[in-house]
Write a protein that binds this ligand. Structure first.
Ligand code: MN
Length: 687
């Protein structure tokens, strides 16, 4: 059993951070121990859970990170696994620790990744964008490394999933950040769990080969060390990592015996000049293999790695790879960006030398900037990652999955909760679309909210294919009410003029474009002279549809006004429109109060049964998390169809607008009354 004492932790941390605040570290140590008390790790010997954050803190201290990161490591699982809150962490340890722990927790709560390769790059980007502070990534890497070290007792399936995720996400991140000691260990441990036979095969091949080469390697090491006695160097033999050997075998289809750098020699020097001098010396000692020399000092790798690599032929006729670099470069090779994390905070003068850190930080900023301004990542319930432009709503998501899903999208759940369809998606949301097979298709209002051009095009397409007639009718309607409101009288001749202005031939197309919203009425009537008023002739209805009867003249065409949406058996009145039909308003509708009285006609309800009407309900309530759900639940309990919902949140209150399908005003009024009885609802009215 390992020693999990504070003393061991302090001693280890102090090697890297001599001036660490001991009281603060102790406070974090004690708190983590207390909070995780009674919890055990998922492994055979049921170690106390606290051993995990403790080991994570130790790994972090090896990475040369700062005090804030070590403390965050100790506390990284407290918010997710105990009752402790981010607010409490901030109060006790300050904002930085709270931010780091919060970032780690958020990433932990992301859904499981799927196997699809297309998701992996998105997943990495999401990871970076959610991390915000690179120290979050450091803690996650240390966390994952310890989890991989303690994977052995888990069921096979879980081990494989973790290993795959580690190879897909964590090892490349460690590589990107240049933290190679973590990258190598993550890779080899994943390799072992994912392909146990191949791992064993390579391991035994390497061991066999090694036992033969070990003596040789020691011989070369001593010989080179002696040869370079005038230089201040450290020299040692090295063995390549199993996963990289395996990759070389697979990718380059090389034979095991062709891999020169299975073992090699590494020489660490004090200065860059020494590196090149030593390279020259080595090449006088042994003949280099042409094409095998690489100068990563002049041209560092993108993660900052610097070194000289050369392969020579020894007196025993075998190839030997030699790496030459400074101690500083070695540090970077192992710890990458983390190697300079502390220095960077301490001194700005070092900054110049560490250009590549700037490159890396830019890389992170780049990703997060792009994400911040135009890309978000959300999940399907199965865990696929979908990227959408910022500001996208569930309808965009639905159309991205499939046109059918979009056209039949009747609602959406985010992370398990019902939301309005114009909800703005956030990074990491799990989006579930509720599909209603009976839905007739997308609502024209969606065009106002969707963000993606794909969704917009598909909605337009559907409307054109399926709703042509009703959109033409809507266009006529909109056209009429616009004229009515602006007191414009218009003749057929003038309509033709308008069509010509927009290069439209058919009436149908003209009104369709208005109905669908691509031709704006304000644009049509811009600069138009007021038109002289003309007597209106009522159009006779062709067949009696008769939901509403006009007194005295029962055959006239009637339409429900969109503004007040009358439903049986509201108090209604008819208004004779310029197009000649009668628009039915509620008697108290605000829009008709100012209209000329002589165009009003008396109307009454008839034959109204058997058709559905839409009731609009306006609700204001306390802005509590469950409020929207309660309202939606109530509509469901009343067995009514919700056909639209939008919300606006203020600090303490939420305004909810519902569109509900009802048979008559009685149903609507009952619903309104019931909504009023929900705790926290201030008012609920039809409008
Ligand atoms: Mn953890």
């Amino acid at each position: 059993m390992n020693d999990y004492s504070f003393e061991r932790l302090l001693e280890t941390v102090k090697k890297k951070i001599p001036n660490i605040n001991e009281d603060r570290l102790k406070k974090a140590y004690e708190l983590s121990k207390k909070l995780h008390e009674g919890q055990v790790r998922e492994c055979k010997n049921h170690l106390p859970y606290f051993t995990h954050p403790y080991e994570v803190a130790l790994i972090l201290s090896e990475m040369n990170v700062d005090e804030e990161t070590i403390i965050s490591g100790l506390l990284h699982d407290t918010v997710e696994d105990t009752d402790y809150t981010i607010e409490e962490i901030e109060k006790e340890f300050g904002k930085t620790v709270a931010t780091i722990v919060n970032g780690v927790t958020k990433i932990d709560l992301l859904p499981q990744m799927t196997k699809e390769a297309a998701d992996i790059e998105n997943m990495r980007k999401l990871f970076i964008s959610m991390a915000k502070d690179l120290r979050v990534v450091f803690v996650k890497l240390a966390d994952r490394l310890h989890n991989m070290r303690t994977l052995d007792d888990l069921p096979k399936e879980k081990r494989e999933r973790k290993a795959k995720e580690t190879l897909d996400i964590y090892a490349p991140l460690a590589h990107r950040l240049g933290i190679n000691f973590i990258k190598w260990e993550l890779e080899d441990r994943s390799f072992k769990n994912l392909y146990p036979e191949k791992y064993q095969e390579i391991k035994s091949m390497v061991t066999k080969k090694l036992s033969k080469r070990k003596a040789n390697l020691e011989y070369y090491r001593t010989k080179i060390e002696k040869f370079l006695k005038n230089y201040n160097i450290r020299i040692y033999g090295r063995i390549k990592h199993f996963w990289s050997i395996y990759n070389k075998l697979v990718n380059k289809e090389k034979d095991f015996n062709d891999i020169y750098d299975l073992t090699g020699i590494r020489i660490l020097t004090k200065s860059k000049a020494d590196c090149y001098a030593i390279l020259g010396e080595i090449h006088t000692l042994y003949k280099p293999i042409s094409g095998r020399f690489k100068d990563y000092i002049a041209t560092p790798k993108s993660n900052g790695y610097q070194s000289l690599h050369t392969t020579v032929i020894t007196e025993m006729g075998e190839p030997l790879e030699i790496q030459i670099r400074t101690e500083e470069m070695e540090n970077v090779a192992n710890y990458g960006i983390a190697a300079h994390w502390v220095y960077k905070a301490r001194s700005k003068s070092i900054k110049k030398e560490l250009k590549w850190i700037g490159i890396l930080l830019d890389w992170q900023r780049d990703i997060s900037r792009n994400l911040e301004f135009d890309e978000i990542f959300v999940f399907t319930p199965r865990g696929n990652v979908i990227s959408l432009p910022k500001g996208s709503i569930p309808i965009d998501f639905a159309y991205r999955i499939h046109s059918y899903i979009g056209n039949h999208c009747s609602g959406a759940k985010i992370n398990g909760n019902m939301v309005p369809l114009n909800y703005r998606l956030k990074d990491g949301d799990v989006v579930e679309i509720i599909v209603d097979k009976n839905m007739k298709g997308p609502s024209i209002d969606w065009l106002k909210f969707v963000k993606t051009s794909g969704a917009r095009a598909k909605i337009r397409r559907f409307l054109k294919d399926n709703l042509k007639d009703s959109l033409i009718e809507k266009g006529k309607n909109d056209f009429d009410s616009y004229c009515k409101n602006k007191n414009i009288n218009i003749t057929k001749k003038e309509i033709k003029k308008l069509k010509d202005k927009f290069d439209i031939k058919e009436d149908e197309e003209f009104f369709f474009k208005i109905g669908e919203g691509s031709l704006l009425l304000s644009k049509i009537f811009k600069d138009l002279e007021p038109i002289e008023e003309k007597e209106i002739k009522l159009v006779k209805q062709k067949a009696v549809k008769g939901k509403v009867l006009v007194e005295g003249n029962e055959n006239f065409e009637t339409k429900m006004a969109k503004c007040c949406n009358p439903i049986p058996y509201d108090d209604i009145i008819g208004y004779v429109t310029l197009s000649g039909y009668i628009s039915i308003h509620k008697k108290n509708c605000k829009n008709i109060q100012s209209l000329s009285k002589d165009r009003f006609v008396k109307v009454r309800w008839a034959n109204a049964e058997g058709t559905n009407y839409y009731a609009n309900i306006d609700i204001e309530a306390v802005n509590s998390s469950g409020m929207l759900n309660k309202v939606i639940e109530l509509v469901n309990n009343e067995k009514l169809n919700l056909s639209g919902i939008s919300t606006k949140e203020f600090d303490d209150t939420i305004r909810i607008l519902l569109k509900v399908e009802v048979k008559n005003s009685e149903q609507a009024d009952t619903l309104v009354k019931k909504i009023k009885t929900i705790d926290g609802v201030f008012y609920s009215i039809r409008y």
